[in-house]
Design a protein. Structure first.
Length: 65
């Protein structure tokens, strides 16, 4: 059975407005920009840098990203 991993997502404006503290290693995405951030359990969303990874890898036809 495949494991499904679902990321928290919202638009850049929604994240900026809510500005939560992301849990350590929590990976979130801006659904309108595909930019991502990874939490450290201390800093608010607006204070975290964007993850240098560009976008989110897409798996097509069972291949690997």
């Amino acid at each position: 059975m495949a494991t499904i991993i679902q990321l928290r997502g919202g638009t850049a404006a929604e994240w900026a407005s809510a500005n939560p503290v992301l849990a350590e290693r929590e990976f979130v995405t801006e659904t309108d920009t595909n930019k991502t951030k990874i939490g450290n359990g201390v800093d608010h969303y607006n204070d975290l840098p964007y993850n240098p990874m560009v976008g989110i890898p897409v798996v097509i036809d069972g291949g690997s990203a």
